[in-house]
Design a protein around this ligand. Structure first.
Ligand code: PMP
Length: 294
């Protein structure tokens, strides 16, 4: 894959792609982002991701950097210039560049950058992977519903996971309930085959676009989803566990804090969901689900 990035209206060599040192994304994390999977030449859940991007910007009172139509064109053009059919698009919008001052500067244009990186969506290979998670305290701010680049708590969480040989860190609130993964939503499946995932109430989690699509897909498949918070103890006793996010899609979690989940192998329902989501993502005749904040 050639490495071409997009920066404020220009397609540039990835090595030369840069923003100014007084960019507010750099100084304050005054900035939001989205990640979208490109699977077999089609952007998975593009509508939902752009719905959420617009909403994140609105919550921070940052204007759209370009129209939604232009955003879609830039995504497609970036994929074309990188000759990518499979990958992950990363896009970030900051409030823009200004002399450092906490208040919103007047009359500045938002910064828009986009990159694309390779990814492999071989579901069979993904099913064969045994993925571990660990739990860590959730030390983030209270507006987790906005997809900001203020991610240092997640950096620490993911590092803690990596140091324990795990892929993901499930963050836990003061009451012992799992909020979500450091870069994913967290799910468990109980003995009665109920899918359990935390509600989006109180802005305690990011409402995942993948999570949103799964809710609609499960309804059609008559798989029951129960939106409620669950404890670490419940997770350890679950039949199956998994995470959901763009690009990683659905990842079976077979071990939490060193304890086997179920029989320690990716579960049957989780594997079925991986197939269902993939069918939905690549089906060019199927409309994407929309995303709303609640
Ligand atoms: N929660 C957090 C904290 C995340 O970073 C992500 C990934 N962006 C998700 C959930 C999953 O969201 P999505 O399915 O839209 O990628």
């Amino acid at each position: 894959m050639p490495r071409i990035a997009y920066v404020n209206g220009r397609y540039v060599n990835h090595l030369d792609a840069a923003v100014h040192i007084e960019d507010r994304g750099f100084q304050f994390a005054d900035s939001i982002y989205e990640v979208v999977a490109l699977i077999d030449g089609r952007f998975a859940d593009e509508v939902g991701h752009l719905d959420r991007l617009e909403r994140s910007l609105k919550e921070l009172q940052i204007p759209m950097p370009v129209s939604r139509r232009s955003l879609k064109m830039i995504m497609a053009e970036l994929a074309r210039r990188n000759r990518a059919r499979n990958g992950g698009i990363y896009m970030q919008v900051t409030r823009g560049v200004a002399t450092r001052d906490f208040k919103f500067p007047k009359d500045i244009a938002p910064t828009l950058v986009m990159t694309i990186y390779p990814a492999n969506f071989d579901v069979a290979a993904r099913k064969a992977k045994a993925t571990k998670a660990v739990t860590v305290p959730d030390i983030r701010w209270k507006r987790r519903d906005i997809k900001t680049t203020a991610l240092v708590a997640q950096v620490l969480a993911k590092q803690a996971a990596a140091e324990q040989g795990a892929y993901e860190a499930w963050m836990v609130d003061e009451k012992g309930f799992v909020t979500e993964g450091s870069s994913s939503n967290a799910w468990i499946i109980d003995k009665k085959n109920n899918l359990i995932t935390r509600p989006t109430a109180q802005n305690s989690i990011l409402k995942g676009v993948t999570r949103n699509a799964l809710q609609v897909l499960c309804k059609a498949e008559k798989i029951k989803i129960v939106e409620r918070a669950f404890t670490v103890k419940e997770a350890l006793q679950a039949k199956e566990a998994f995470t959901s996010s763009a690009v990683a899609l659905i990842v079976p979690v077979v071990n939490i804090d060193g304890k086997k989940i179920g029989d320690g192998k990716p579960g049957g329902i989780t594997c079925k969901l991986m197939d269902i989501y993939m069918d939905y993502a690549v089906d060019a005749n199927r409309k994407h689900e929309t995303w709303t904040p609640k």
